[in-house]
Design a binder for this molecule. Structure first.
Ligand code: ZN
Length: 351
């Protein structure tokens, strides 16, 4: 039987990898959307919250938790807020390209896109950043993007949503470090008064979405790529959410590094592990299946069961994500954190 999923091998024998990324959009996201917003201080103030309040608090949080993160910064935002970008660089985090203006490359000619790429690079490098990666403002490419990134000497892209593992592009000497909407804060938390149809969700609701996704990627040995926006997740309640994500990843034994570090490992062939992780029918390791069954039974029996997976079976042969599984969930005081087991139960039906 072929292995249904081949996980990378992570440094230090960690069961899975993770990167915290921050798209530092600030005012430029509003101006890129509509140039007339440049003269609307109320609109722009939503983005200004990022460098004014969020970035210092996020840097403090990352220092306290010992995490190095990746910040994708539009060049024009860096010109507006050089002190914030310098603070990110000085703290040892990665700064990478996020357009010069916040304009999708799909809307630009090749010449315009090339000019954007070089203006952004020049700006970020003049502030001390070693830029090796690119995240498009729209998570999308034009027909020229990969050529231009290669010509500019960049080594990785973080734009596509087609995997939970970093991989090498076949057509270009670039590594892809994939992203996802599910682990992006914007679909969950974004609110702007141009529409009142989308309501604001609580950190608890979003955690119910994120935790099983993170745990699922961990069980598969993949790469957890979270995307935060300082103006969105730098609000106090969501800073606590970021911290919760970090402590959960750390408790689960994740290797946490910047996207540039992930890309460098992949480029050196160090993440192309052939570790067969599937130890049971279906794609989850046996110990995880046991945990899911136990949690499922407890939920059915008591109704009060938490999302906490029980301890791994003591007979497990080797360390697995489940054994490193998050113990921090024992303390989400007052939060039941119960998430639906239905999808995994359906998978169990395959077993
Ligand atoms: Zn952006």
């Amino acid at each position: 039987m072929s292995t249904p999923f081949t996980a990378p091998t992570w440094p230090t024998g960690a069961p899975f990898g993770a990167t915290l990324s921050f798209d530092f959009d600030a005012e430029e996201v509003w101006i890129g959307e509509n140039p007339e917003n440049a003269s609307r201080p109320g609109v722009l103030s939503q983005g200004a919250y990022g460098p004014r309040v969020a970035i210092p608090l996020i840097l403090d949080l990352l220092e306290r938790t010992g995490v190095k993160a990746t910040f994708y910064v539009p060049g024009k935002d860096a010109l507006r807020h050089p002190e914030a970008v310098r603070a990110i660089v000085v703290a040892g985090h990665e700064v990478a390209h996020h357009g010069h203006s916040h304009t999708s490359p799909t809307l630009l000619t090749r010449e315009e896109e090339e000019a954007e790429l070089h203006q952004g690079l020049h700006t970020l490098r003049s502030l001390g950043a070693e830029v090796t990666g690119y995240r498009s403002p729209s998570w999308d490419f034009s027909a020229h993007t990969l050529d231009l990134l290669t010509e500019a000497g960049l080594t990785y892209s973080s734009n596509l949503l087609n995997d939970i593992r970093p991989y090498r592009h076949e057509s270009h000497p670039l590594t892809e470090v994939p992203v996802s909407w599910i682990l992006d804060d914007a679909p969950h938390f974004w609110f702007a008064n141009d529409t009142w149809d989308k309501t604001i969700r609580s950190p608890r609701e979003v955690w119910e979405v994120w935790q099983p996704e993170i745990d699922g990627i961990a069980a598969l040995g993949g790469h957890v790529m979270t995307t935060f926006h300082p103006m969105i997740s730098g609000r106090p309640s969501r800073l606590a959410f970021i911290e919760r994500v970090i402590t959960h990843l750390q408790a689960a034994g994740a290797w946490i590094g910047t996207a540039a570090e992930v890309a460098a490992l992949a480029a050196r062939g160090e993440l192309t592990g052939t570790l067969p992780r599937a130890q049971a029918p279906g794609f989850l390791p046996a110990s995880v299946l046991d945990d899911v069954r136990a949690a499922s039974s407890a939920a059915a029996a008591g109704g009060e069961a938490s999302a906490q997976a029980g301890p791994a079976p003591s007979g497990s042969a080797s360390p697995s994500p489940a054994e490193a599984a998050p113990e921090d969930e024992a303390t989400p005081s007052g939060e039941e954190g119960v998430w639906s087991l239905d999808p995994i139960q359906r998978l169990l039906g395959r077993a």
